[in-house]
Structures are given as C-alpha cells and as structure tokens.
Write a protein that binds this ligand. Sequence first.
Ligand code: IMP
Ligand code: MG
Length: 174
Amino acid sequence: MKIEQLISQEEIQSRVKEIGAQISKDYAGEEICLICVLKGGIMFMVDLAKEITIPVTMDFMAVSSYGNEQVSSGIVKIVKDLDDPIEGKHVLIVEDIIDSGRTLHYLINMLKERNPASIEICTLLDKPEQRLVDVPVAYVGFVIPDQFVLGYGLDYEQRYRNLPYVGVVKPEKE
Ligand code: IMP
Ligand code: MG
C-alpha cells in the first residue's frame, strides 16, 4: 500500500503544543479529566497530556463504529466504558478524527447524562465534508479534506497506528 505524508511529525508536535497550552489556559485553576477514545485517540492523548500544565486525570473508553470498513456504519457500540465516574468533573474527550460526527454525538450525549461539571471535545483531525450530525468541538488540530487517513493512532484494518505522521492512502498504479 502506498502512503503519502499529509501532516508531518513536526507539524503534529507543534500543533499539539499549542492546543496543550490553550487547554492549560482555558481551564486554569481547574483539574481536567482527559477521556481517550480508544484506540485511535491514544497517540494524541499521551502527547497532549504532556503539554498540559494543570492537574490531569486520564480515563479510557472504547467504542466501535466502523468495523474494518472505510465507511461509517452508523452503529456505535461501547466496547469499554470508563473506569471512574465523571460526575462534577471537567471532562475533555480526546479523539483522533471526526468524520460523520456520529461517534462523538453519541458519546457526548451519553456522558452528559453522568453529570460532569463540563464536557468538551478535542480532536486531532476534522473532516467536515462528511458531517451528518452536528457536534460542538472545542479544540481541533487540523481540518483535512475528505480522504481516508492513517497513522498517529489512526488505523487501516488495525495497522499503521504507529506511524509518527498522518498519511493518506494513494491508489496503486496498475
Ligand atoms: P464518525 O462517527 O463518522 O465521526 O467517525 C469517527 C471514527 O471513524 C473515528 O474515531 C475513526 O476511528 C474513524 N475514522 C473516520 N475517518 C477515518 C479515517 O480517515 N481514517 C481512519 N479512521 C477514520
Ligand atoms: Mg476513533
């Protein structure tokens, strides 16, 4: 499979630094609970957490919405729930990418019912062209065109998550 670099490791790192600084400023004097949406959000969350200077707790959640397809099934299933309650906490959901918006729409509404003090979304990538459900996003790393991307947490059939950059799949020439 031919992969072309879309966002370099350096670009990601400097944007992550900016977002971390912004979050530290926006939540100054508070503690935040970062919720990683597994598995895609993992690289972003660990790098982002290191750039946040206010107190942080971390929890993890796994949902499945895509199977191994490149198109959204629209079905969101909780595969792993949070370990701890979020009631009264300032929650920041950390995602790899928003496409149709279905996953985060479902997640944020579900988590709101647990009465957090506040709840916001931070996504590394945003593909607004295919949005079906409107979701409020507080922090966006990069807005990208409607292309299938991988790397830095994002997979293609569970592989390529370990690429340090975000790449796009190029069709093989005949
Ligand atoms: P949504 O529910 O359509 O917004 O889809 C969001 C989820 O689909 C993300 O958390 C990703 O796991 C996956 N996804 C969407 N677009 C891509 C992509 O281009 N590459 C890899 N995964 C993607
Ligand atoms: Mg994901």
